[in-house]
Design a protein around this ligand. Structure first.
Ligand code: TRP
Length: 331
């Protein structure tokens, strides 16, 4: 049996990096697998936040996911805090995970920065909650961007140790699913940094809410180098910005970088960029239109989340009951 689970934070808008790196895979998987997709509002409070922004962010992300092609009739779409099992299972798994394992997590080091002592305890245990998200459903496959590899390894280690400690093969070991040519979409201003919703420069990313003019302008301004495009991928070595734009073209058209360079090799960016912008606008315009139509329909969005949470609970509650029995809780 396979079951797919993935999560996304409700902070900020979806951008092209989220879409090509993860969401597009989610959309594909909902046709062939049982899928749960979760807006992780419990994770969102591990960093400074405001309640009103969080509330709006959950709805916005839900609208953006549906606009991107997730269909609540074909997948279970819900927000994490609506299903109490996540937090409850996280506690049990915190007693399975080891401090030494969490101390190796690079995302905690990045997010806590210089003020590690001032970081929330929740930020430190974030990857255990993430493991609980996955294991609460005995999910077997987890489509994520490649920055989540380490957290997935940890989820596997926790599942393994739980099974060993209790002597029950309760959890399957979840597999990361990291695919697609553009799993790492880089900033348009710096080819060595990831495209990110926290980049202070909006010109560094393409938001799914950007209209055609904004997309064209950002691609036009995207950092490049003065050389024409090479005719093979080897010629992109040491040219991170050029490689990123070629990778984007490949991901958006479903071609390989080889094929893109066979077509555009020898051309300068003055020719390539308008072609890239056109393809990008074609892909994003329908998403943008659906998002605009949905984002203010709070009743519809809340109904989708409530229904998704009911379905999620129906799967997770019996699994939590198994966990309780396995660890020796009465009940
Ligand atoms: N940490 C993930 C991210 O930042 C989001 C996430 C939370 C997640 N829980 C998850 C992803 C469970 C996959 C499975 O992208």
């Amino acid at each position: 049996m396979t079951r797919v689970f993935s999560g996304i934070q409700p902070t900020g808008n979806l951008h092209l990096g989220n879409y090509l790196g993860a969401i597009r895979n989610w959309v594909r998987m909902q046709d062939s697998h049982e899928c749960l997709f979760c807006v992780v509002d419990l994770h969102a409070i591990t960093m400074p936040y405001t309640p009103a922004t969080l509330r709006a962010g959950v709805r916005e992300m839900t609208a953006a996911l549906i606009a991107s092609g997730l269909d609540p009739a074909r997948c279970i779409l819900f927000n994490q805090s609506a299903v109490r099992v996540h937090a409850e299972l996280a506690w049990v798994l915190m007693c399975t995970a080891r401090v030494g394992w969490l101390n190796r997590m690079t995302q905690f080091k990045e997010k806590s920065g210089k003020d590690r002592e001032g970081a929330s305890v929740g930020l430190y245990t974030y990857p255990v909650l993430q493991a609980a998200d996955i294991l609460a459903y005995k999910a077997t496959h987890v489509p994520v961007g490649d920055d989540q590899k380490q957290h997935l390894e940890l989820a596997r280690d926790i599942a393994q140790k739980f099974n060993t400690d209790t002597g029950i093969e309760l959890f399957p070991l979840p597999e990361p699913v990291i695919e697609g040519p553009a799993t790492r979409v880089m900033s348009l201003r710096d080819g060595s940094a990831k495209m990110s919703k926290s980049d202070p420069s909006d010109a560094a990313r393409i938001n799914l809410t950007d209209n055609a003019d904004a997309i064209a302008a950002k691609i036009k301004r995207a950092k490049t180098d003065p050389e024409p495009l090479p005719s093979e991928p080897a010629g992109l070595a040491g040219r991170p910005e050029a490689a990123n734009l070629v990778g984007l073209m490949a991901a958006l058209t479903g071609q390989t970088p080889d094929q893109i360079l066979a077509t555009y090799g020898g051309q300068g960016f003055g020719q390539f960029k308008p072609a890239l912008a056109e393809v990008m606008i074609d892909v994003l315009a329908p998403i943008n239109a659906r998002f605009t139509a949905l984002r203010d329909d709070h009743a519809a969005l809340d109904a989708v989340l409530a229904h998704g949470a009911d379905r999620a609970r129906a799967i997770a509650e019996p699994i939590l009951a198994e966990v309780h029995r396995a660890v020796g809780f009465r009940g």
